[in-house]
Structure formats: C-alpha cells, structure tokens
Design a protein around this ligand. Structure first.
Ligand code: BG6
Length: 513
C-alpha cells in the first residue's frame, strides 16, 4: 500500500474460468525458426509452463524445424539450457522436463526444398500414429517475415496445409504467424492474399503478444464487467487518454532488423493500436472472437487520417544517442527509436478527445500503461480555501500493463485539519498483492488459445489492414523530409523534449516518465 494509498480488499471467486474451453485437442506443433531467439526465450518456456501446469493435450508433439541440420538429442539439450535461463518457474521441474523432452523431435531442410517438406510430411504421419494426434497440425512461423510466403507454399505443395471447408473440420490445420504482418499497407495486403489463397481466415492466427498479456485482457473485463466506469467512458467525462510503452533496453543485437523496422512498425502499428482499440471500442454484442474483433476494427476505421505535412504536427520522432553505432544499423539512419503521436478517433463517443501515444527504446524506465484523464470539475467550489484548493487535479485512472501490473484511480481528498486543504490520494489495485498468484506469460495463453481454436486474442485480416491504412501515410511522410526532424535523445532520458509540445499545444502534459 502506497503512503497515500487506499487499501483494496480482493474477493477472487474460485471455480471454472469463464472462457476456458478446457484441454485442447491432441496435436503436433511444427515450429519453424526453432533455433531462433523467440523460440528459446518465449516459445519453449511457454510450452514448458503449459506442460508443467497440465494444460497441454495428453497427446502432443513438437517438431522443431530448422534450415540448419538438427539432431534430436543435442537439440533437446539446447532447449533445456534455454529453459534453465528463461522458464517462468525455476528450477526446471525434472519430471515435466522428461515428458516434455520426449515430445520434441527435429526436422531440417531449406524452406524451398520439396524433399524436406515430403520428409516433414512423413514424420507428421508417423507422429500422428505414435502420439495419436489425429492429424491435427499447428504450424508456428517464428521466422523472418520474408520467409512466410515460401514456407506456406512448400507446406501447401506437400499437402500439409489444407483449407478448412467447414467449421469444426477435423483434422484441423492452423497457422500462427508472428508480426510484422507486412511492412506497409500494400505488403500486408499481399501477405494476406498469399495466406488467403491457401487457408480460410479462421485457420490463421496472427500473434500480437500484447493481446496475451493479462493486464491487456483485463481492459475489457474492467470496462464491461463493472457498471460504474462505462457511463463515464466517453467525451462527456474524459479529457484525453495517454498510452505509453517505454522500454529501458535498446535494440539488443537486433540492429539489422530494427533499422528496417523502426518503432512505429515495431510497437505502434500492432501493440499500441491494439491497446488503443480495447480502450476505445464499443461494447461487443458478445465475447465471441468475431464480435470483439468487429468492434476493434471499427475503431481503426474511425481513426482520423494524418498525412503529408500534417504528420509533423501530430507526430514527433526521435533516435537515441549511439543508435547508429549499434551493430547492423546504417550510418545516417533516420529510423526512429522513439515516437510520440496525437491521434483522434472520429466517432460519436470520442469526438474531441485526443489519444496521445508514446513508445521508445532506451528510455528512463520500463513502463507500459494507459492513463485515462477525466475532465476537471465544472466549478471551483473550494476556491475560498487554502492554496491547495486552487489547483484541483482532475481524476486519472491508470491501467498499469507492466511492470507492477495493476489499476490506480487518483482523486482529491480533504487533508485532515481545521482548514480546508485538499490533497491527491490514490486507490491502487496491485495484481500480485490482490491475487497472490504469478501472472502467466502472454505466449502461454496465446499458444493455448490457438490449440483450442479460439481466435479472440489474435489480429484479423481486416483490422491489420485498417491499422496499416492509418500508419502507412505517416511512415511515408516520415521517411521523407516532410515528416520533420528526427530528434536525438540521451539514453536513459524521457525521450526528446520536442514531444512535450504535442500535448502542450492543447494545454496538457504527459503524466508519466
Ligand atoms: C516486440 C518488439 O514485439 O515487443 C520488441 O519487437 C519489443 O522490440 C517488445 O522490445 C516489447 O515487448 P514487452 O512484452 O517486453 O513489452
């Protein structure tokens, strides 16, 4: 409890989770890019945690596919070493590991080598018999985006990826793809066409790991499972919304990839726009995947376009000092590592309420949060009181996505004493303290949902294209001089000072960092 905090009692209700669809079907997961960083840091640890918690199907196998030659025993050792560093629950449980290791097999070959995919097909048939997976197959593309079309083509040519002709078809074939889903609107459409030529949209699971974060999922529960916030959730009561995703780390050895990508493609087009959509969407008619995704897509459709010279008025970009010395980064690069943006949503609910977004690397601290800034009281009733009464602070609701996951509401209170003095206090809910159980990693939930066939937390084709439709003209302007200056900022700072001008133009200021 914070010094000025208010104690919160939690009454978690035990029992069946509301949206759990139980144990997933038996299946084989084919992991392309099995020797990569994502597999080592996130995917194997998530699968292992699911195994440890008994959430994986009883009949389950993993085929680790790589272009370089792999051998089962040494690859399993490599996975174990990774788990010892990155598994959520340490030390690695030996009994679980023994079972988990037995489920891992390897395959290798070029992504354009038909024989490699024939061999993969034979292995999958053999596994289906040994593990009784019924032929259900889940393909995970943890590879660079440029390889997606070739892998999909090779899978389809080898008859390993079959279009679903009717809902609930068995055996099922599903495909998980990692962002970036394209580089701009045009390439995103091309990728979607290539996927659509082989698969039904229901078989495609576009992962945005932010949607798997507990705190991001809780935005909808907070809004729609409580009666008191939704009536205030609109232009009548909200002055502006701030969404920040600050990272304390730099590009971490991914200079080559990052220099082609930049912060807007890496963080805004996907993660931050998804968070914005959850905050801004209308109540869905049900909690079904399509109803939720329909409402999110409408938010993207309502984003007011920012193009050409307007970009410099709405977007401030920066690059941390020393970025151009990172391995893989081009000298003279204009790639932003920081962005601050003002966005408007042209809808009945949000007209006139700006959404300010910020994301950046090598900033002062790691912090991802949404702050909902309410309007000021209409009349200064306490203006006859002490100096503190002249400066009433509007209420702020903060949804802390990470770290210190929680929700805080600030409000004004009388400071005890004979005179009227007013001070700010905060009601603070902290996940760790309230629920006393560890928060699962995003990839655990997302892998499980995909095996269960639940696409609610995955990005749908139309919303991905809508989001690119908004972002692409901004990128185009920024990539030419029309986008204005790329400001330099010191590592460990709050980002470029120029970003302060965005909210300041309307008499506001950033409340965090
Ligand atoms: C990834 C980006 O999608 O998200 C990374 O590619 C970024 O650059 C990461 O560091 C941030 O994720 P998280 O979960 O640490 O906020």
């Amino acid at each position: 409890m914070d010094a000025q905090g208010v104690h919160i009692e939690t009454h978690p209700r035990e029992g069946e989770p509301v949206f759990s669809a139980g144990r997933p079907d038996p299946c084989t997961l084919v992991l392309f890019g099995a020797t990569g960083d994502l597999a080592e840091r996130k995917l194997f640890p998530a699968l292992f945690e699911l195994a440890r918690s008994g959430l994986l199907p009883d009949d389950f196998a993993i085929v680790a596919f790589s272009r370089s030659k792999l051998e089962d025993a040494s690859f399993r050792e490599h996975v174990k070493e990774g788990l010892q560093k990155f598994a959520r629950t340490q030390p690695v449980d030996e009994a679980t590991w023994k079972r988990f290791a037995e489920s891992i097999e390897t395959a290798s070959g070029g992504y354009d080598d038909p024989e490699a995919f024939q061999r993969l097909g034979q292995k999958l048939q053999d596994i289906a018999k040994r593990h009784k997976t019924g032929g259900n197959q889940l393909y995970y593309m943890a590879t660079p985006a440029s390889t997606f079309p070739q892998i999909i083509k090779s899978l389809a040519d080898a008859d390993l990826l079959k279009r679903e002709e009717h809902p609930g078809q068995k055996p099922w074939h599903r495909l998980i793809i990692e962002k970036p889903f394209g580089h701009d609107l045009q390439s995103a459409k091309k990728l979607n066409q290539e996927l659509g030529a082989v698969l039904d949209e229901k078989q495609i699971f576009r992962i945005d790991h932010y949607l798997g974060k507990e705190t991001v999922q809780n935005i909808l529960v907070f809004r729609f499972a409580n009666a008191i916030f939704e009536p205030l959730w609109n232009r009548q009561h909200i002055d502006h919304v701030e969404i920040t995703a600050a990272e304390a780390i730099g590009v971490e050895g991914r200079g080559g990839f990052y220099d082609e990508t930049g912060v807007i493609r890496d963080m805004v087009q996907n993660h931050l726009l998804q968070v914005l959509a959850l905050c801004a969407m209308e109540p869905p008619v049900s909690f079904g995947a399509e109803d939720i995704r329909d409402e999110k897509t409408k938010v993207f459709r309502a984003l007011r376009p920012v193009e050409g010279e307007e970009v410099a008025q709405h977007v401030v970009v920066g690059q941390y000092q020393g970025y151009q010395d990172e391995k893989g980064v081009k000298k003279g690069s204009r790639t932003p590592t920081y962005v601050a943006m003002k966005m408007n949503i042209d809808s009945w609910r949000w007209q006139g309420v700006p959404f300010y977004l910020r994301a950046g690397k090598n900033l002062k601290k790691r912090l991802t949060e949404v702050s909902i800034h309410f309007k000021s009281v209409p009349l200064g009733l306490f203006s006859g009181g002490g100096a503190s009464c002249q400066r009433l602070q509007p209420n702020v609701l903060t949804l802390r996505i990470q770290p210190h996951e929680g929700i805080a509401l600030s409000f004004e209170s009388k400071i005890p004493g004979e005179d009227v003095n007013i001070g700010g206090v905060t009601m603070d809910m902290d996940y760790a303290e309230s629920f006393k159980k560890p928060v699962p990693e995003a990839y655990e939930r997302l892998l499980l949902d995909c095996m269960r066939g639940n696409a609610t937390l995955f990005a749908r084709q139309d919303s991905v294209e809508q989001a690119w439709g908004y972002i692409t003209p901004i990128l185009q302007a920024l990539e030419t001089e029309a986008g204005g200056t790329v400001h330099t900022y010191a590592k460990g700072s709050k980002g470029p000072d120029a970003a302060d001008a965005l909210p300041a133009k309307n008499g506001r200021r950033w409340s965090t960092l």
